[in-house]
Design a protein around this ligand. Structure first.
Ligand SMILES: C[S@@+](CC[C@H](N)C(=O)[O-])C[C@H]1O[C@@H](n2cnc3c(N)ncnc32)[C@H](O)[C@@H]1O
Length: 272
């Protein structure tokens, strides 16, 4: 049992919540699909057999299918699976767990995990599964958020959480930003027999009408940060909302709107 097993079970419940899933699709997917487009352009070729791990709503799975011609999506959320089947009816969409995949050894040329790894409680187990299902010489590419102080979006949110939240009110979580640090990514991948060959940054941003929107996005459309915010008292939630809103209002105004950069780390590793 992993030290993050309670977090894992709350993740499972969170991604089965239709309200969170719909808010995620509205607020995050424009960004995650943009990053997914960069990954596909650079790392997917015609004829590749690809696993889209933690495929979620299936929009990236559909884009992979267009290029590779052979894609399987895997996710543990029935809500997400239902959306993915609609988004990409010609792909194989499988309900399953990234830590125990229902695939043969050496099955895929490429495994992609776009913003999924940080949700997995036992990341070493998931990495060893990724290594197992990759053909020798195959490639794993993942995208993950870069943390503070580099990321304005996560500086706003985690600055406010660190200043006001009681972290013991929610179960402990794996370090959200671990893979964004090149040395940590290299060490974690190496433990699973994966050699990092590229660690790069892709820039994305939220453009918001009101400075209050960033807090609303994290409250309604995330599972990990959302579980931490929702575990606080009403008074604390108000302080967190106020601090995030102030950050956006003070630092992100551009013309009549608010531009909140959210840099992303993209890491590629090769199976030995
Ligand atoms: C942040 S969403 C990413 C969705 C999509 N890949 C994208 O780029 O927008 C994370 C996805 O990981 C899935 N997930 C989280 N933990 C998982 C696990 N242990 N096994 C399979 N799927 C998991 C969730 O159900 C959710 O669909």
């Amino acid at each position: 049992m992993s030290e993050f097993s309670e977090f894992g079970s709350r993740e499972h419940d969170g991604w089965a919540d239709g309200g969170i899933v719909d808010a995620y699709v509205k607020h995050f997917v424009p960004i995650t699909d943009e990053v997914g487009g960069h990954i596909i352009k650079k790392h997917i070729s015609t004829g590749n057999s690809v696993l889209d791990l933690c495929c979620g709503q299936g929009t990236m799975t559909a884009a992979i299918l267009n290029v590779a011609g052979d894609v399987t999506g895997l996710d543990f959320s029935p809500e997400m699976i239902a959306k993915a089947i609609i988004a990409v009816p010609d792909a194989q969409i499988v309900e399953g767990d990234a830590m125990d995949m229902p695939f043969d050894n050496a099955h895929f040329d490429k495994v992609i995990c776009n913003f999924g790894m940080m949700h997995i409680p036992d990341q070493p187990k998931a990495l060893s599964e990724i290594r197992r299902v990759l053909k020798p010489g195959g490639e794993f590419t993942m995208a993950t958020w870069i943390g503070p102080p580099t990321s304005p979006a996560f500086s706003a949110v985690f600055g406010a959480l660190k200043a006001h939240a009681d972290f013991s009110a929610a179960p402990p979580q794996p370090d959200l930003f671990a893979f964004a640090v090149p040395e940590q990514a290299k060490a974690m991948m190496a433990s699973a027999g994966l050699e990092v060959v590229e660690h790069s940054t892709v820039m994305a941003e939220w453009v918001l009408e009101k400075p209050t929107e960033l807090f609303e996005i994290f409250l309604t459309a995330t599972v990990g940060a959302g579980m931490l915010i929702r575990s606080q008292t009403n008074e604390t939630v108000e302080k967190i909302a106020g601090a995030i809103t102030k950050y956006v209002a003070d630092k992100c105004l551009e013309g009549s709107r608010y531009s909140v950069p959210v840099p992303v780390a993209v890491i590629t590793a090769r199976a030995a």
